[in-house]
Design a protein around this ligand. Structure first.
Ligand code: C2E
Ligand code: MG
Ligand code: MG
Ligand code: MG
Length: 270
């Protein structure tokens, strides 16, 4: 196009698109490489029991071992390219291994795993989970899947059925990123969930609007539906106190700890 129009702005636009595209291809290749060459690792971030002020469980967060690209950047690329299926399997198997290794050290912790919509819609997902659980010594109760509301956009009925089956296995379900999408309180009434996680951005938005009391109402509604509430992105003591006052059951954020590697987690938090 730019060749024909000769207009500068189109040329620039095309160049930018090309850059983004080549960056994508580059990252995609790095992900493929990482799968082949043991290039992924997991970091774990403690989730704090508000009442007891101690680690209740941890969230597994994927990292590339030797170059620091944010998952916020590479996960969408993994999703587009379907690599997320293989990567997601690696994550689940690695978490199970880590829970097993903790068990031998007398550490019993639950781990929350982020699951992409693409993984859930893979017909092999449930059989895979069943197989992994059968072949390991861990209790299904030590696993939680963090899903997003995107899974309700397509094949809602099937997905709800799948979530029910997962919960029947004993694995709990948490709705991640609450407050970033449609965030309809309506679906909280029919989606089988154990928890919701209030996204960091909702806190930032309501603080900015001086409407933080909305959080109290959301927590109340969730509790009325027998859902636990996690507040994400707690960075200051002030936020900690405010979300404790709002009756959030769990708190997570840099104020308590950044995501850390397995050894650091064992030494400091478990
Ligand atoms: P998420 O599941 O909502 O995870 C929370 C993100 O917020 C993490 O970013 C975490 O490091 C960050 N965070 C935690 N506390 C704070 C805080 O106090 N302040 C700020 N500013 N950030 C905080 P991370 O590790 O970069 O992951 C980003 C997203 O990538 C995750 O968001 C999740 O959606 C996705 N992701 C990460 N690992 C996986 C995975 O194994 N599988 C899938 N499908 N997605 C993953
Ligand atoms: Mg999450
Ligand atoms: Mg989240
Ligand atoms: Mg988030």
């Amino acid at each position: 196009q730019s060749k024909n129009t000769g207009k500068n702005k189109y040329t620039v636009f095309d160049q930018r698109m090309a850059d983004t595209f080549s960056q994508k291809v580059k990252i995609e290749n790095q992900l493929r490489d990482a799968l082949k060459k043991d290039g992924f690792t997991l970091h774990y971030q403690p989730v704090i029991d508000t009442e007891r002020g101690k680690t209740a469980y941890v969230e597994a967060l994927l990292r590339l071992k030797d170059n620091w690209i944010s998952p916020a950047l590479f996960i969408p690329i993994a999703e587009e390219s379907d690599l997320i299926i293989s990567i997601g399997k690696w994550v689940i198997e690695k978490v199970v291994k880590d829970i097993e290794s903790w068990k031998t050290k007398g550490i019993n912790t639950k781990v929350a795993i982020n699951i992409s919509p693409k993984q859930l819609s893979d017909p092999k997902f449930l059989p895979f989970i069943e197989k992994v659980l059968k072949e390991s010594s861990i209790s299904p109760k030590t696993l939680e899947f963090e899903i997003t509301e995107n899974i309700l956009l397509e094949n809602r009925e099937e997905n709800i059925e799948l979530l029910n089956k997962i919960r029947e296995l004993g694995v709990s379900i948490s709705l991640d990123d609450f407050g970033t999408g449609y965030s309809s309180l309506n679906y909280l009434t029919y989606v089988p969930l154990d928890k919701i996680k209030l996204d960091k951005s909702i806190k930032d938005r309501f603080i900015q609007l001086d409407k933080i009391t909305i959080i109290d109402s959301i927590v109340n509604i969730a509790h009325g539906l027998e859902l636990k509430v996690v507040a994400e992105g707690i960075e200051t003591e002030e936020e900690y106190k405010r979300f404790k006052k709002a009756n959030c059951d769990y708190l997570q954020g840099y104020y308590f700890s950044k995501p850390v590697d397995k050894d650091t987690l064992e030494n400091f938090f478990l």
